[in-house]
Design a protein around this ligand. Structure first.
Ligand SMILES: Cc1cc2nc3c(=O)[nH]c(=O)nc-3n(C[C@H](O)[C@H](O)[C@H](O)COP(=O)(O)O)c2cc1C
Length: 408
């Protein structure tokens, strides 16, 4: 995530039992090359020592709000310095204090003094504490005051009970931090994204599929969400977790993908079709597992519906973006697809290369429109996703998409 490099993040740690998991968050943020400083409540230091955070992150750790040094007052300096303030884990106690405007330790003081938009809070606690209406009310209040609240996960809790209150995956928290730092360029827009391969059954245990990992489509869905869009991701089978903040619909076959996409197409302002949908499906999949008997076996295949072609035909004022995976004559083949399918943009990549494309975390693409081509450098898929969205926003203007009223 190029744009996170050198961003100043104040990571605030409070006294929840999940504090040891935030050690991993501090370490992940270091790997993203952010500038990191850490503030801990006294309660947090009773669960994990400051030296642990300092060692894994290389960041200074502050605890005492009265350790004023030559006019350097910790809470005013840290809150002015930071681009983003993140509280993970956030205890019920700290949440209540911030909601009430109280400030009697370095974390609550810094939160009160922090005046920028990027404020992220990760509540974690016992399931009954989380369910308490007073906690819910405090969180609602903080959300209405512009805090990004990362919902806790459900499952086994440290206390032995089961329910909602667990510390979420650190990757989710990093996504929420990224989102909080980016401008909401796509606010009010509905973005439909497809990702991953499809699976066409041969029999109940076998299928035909392809090598798409879904990483590019998931990156696009995450990036659109970070830019403030309302995102629906229709995904074929992948090993990737549902992205934070995105409504994810899982499908398996090309036919299911077709149905799910058409259900949401009418509502969408921007459509990014990154899935590798099968062109052919098995005509008559067997009901029972096929036994190994004859030496040769012939499978009869029939064409699937061309979803992109149908979308191009039915296009109202959606901005329709296709992806083209080519092994030869990249630009020529992609441009033909753009024209044939009535697309606004096509993103072409060379899948014969081992270092980019399918399964890789990086990609190098050329963006084509009817009047030109725009090559982008090789970069991580998440940075590429943001660059593709920036291109679309600049090229078409948000107004064109916004003027499309799906209900009209
Ligand atoms: C072992 C232990 C685990 C705790 N875990 C949590 C927790 O997960 N969430 C929470 O809200 N409070 C938890 N508490 C209670 C807080 O530590 C307590 O409310 C404390 O005053 C919080 O201070 P702080 O908000 O300033 O960090 C825990 C307490 C103990 C002793």
């Amino acid at each position: 995530m190029k744009f996170l490099k050198d961003k100043k993040i104040l990571l605030c740690i409070t006294g929840g039992i999940a504090v040891y998991k935030a050690v991993g968050l501090a370490s992940s943020l270091r790997k993203l090359d952010v500038e990191l400083k850490i503030a801990m409540t006294p309660a947090a230091t009773r669960l994990v020592a400051p030296v642990t955070f300092s060692s894994v992150s290389g960041a200074p750790v502050y605890v005492d709000e009265f350790s004023v040094d030559g006019g350097w007052i910790p809470h005013t300096e840290l809150s002015r310095w930071a681009d983003a303030l993140v509280i993970a884990p956030a205890t019920a106690n700290t949440i209540a204090k911030i909601a009430a405007g109280m400030a009697n330790n370095l974390v609550t003081l810094s939160a009160l003094a922090f005046s920028k938009d990027a404020k992220v809070l990760v509540p974690t606690m016992n399931v009954r504490m989380y369910g308490n209406p007073v906690v819910k009310e405090n969180l609602r209040k903080l959300a209405s005051l512009g805090w990004t609240i990362v919902e806790p996960a459900e499952g086994a809790l440290a206390c032995g009970e089961v329910g909602k209150g667990r510390y979420p995956e650190n990757d989710i928290i990093v996504d929420a931090i990224a989102a909080s730092l980016l401008p909401k360029k796509l606010k009010g827009m509905k973005v439909l994204v497809t990702a991953g391969p499809t699976r066409e059954p041969i029999d109940p245990v076998r299928y035909i599929s392809n090598r798409s990992s879904g990483k590019m489509g998931y990156a696009l869905a995450r990036a659109a969400c970070w830019y403030g869009a309302d995102v629906i991701l229709i995904s074929g089978p992948t090993n990737l977790p549902d992205p934070w903040g995105v409504k994810t619909v899982r499908v398996e076959t090309a036919e299911q993908m077709h149905r799910a996409v058409m259900e949401h197409y009418g509502d969408a302002h921007v459509v990014l079709m990154a899935a590798a949908v099968a062109d052919y499906t098995v005509s008559n999949p067997a009901r029972e597992k096929i036994k190994k008997s004859s030496d040769n076996m012939v499978l009869e295949l029939r064409k699937t519906v061309d979803i992109l072609e149908e979308m191009g035909r039915k296009k109202n004022s959606q901005i329709l973006v296709g992806f083209s995976a080519e092994t030869n004559e990249l630009q020529k083949n992609a441009f033909e697809k753009l024209k044939k399918k009535n697309l606004d943009v096509i993103v072409a990549n060379d899948v014969s290369r081992k270092d980019v494309g399918f399964e890789s975390d990086e990609n190098e693409v050329v963006i084509l429109t009817e009047d030109g081509s725009h090559p982008l450098d090789k970069m991580p898929k998440i940075d590429l996703a943001l660059a593709i969205l920036d291109f679309i926003i600049d090229r078409f203007g948000i107004d064109r998409a916004r003027s499309h009223d799906p209900d009209s």
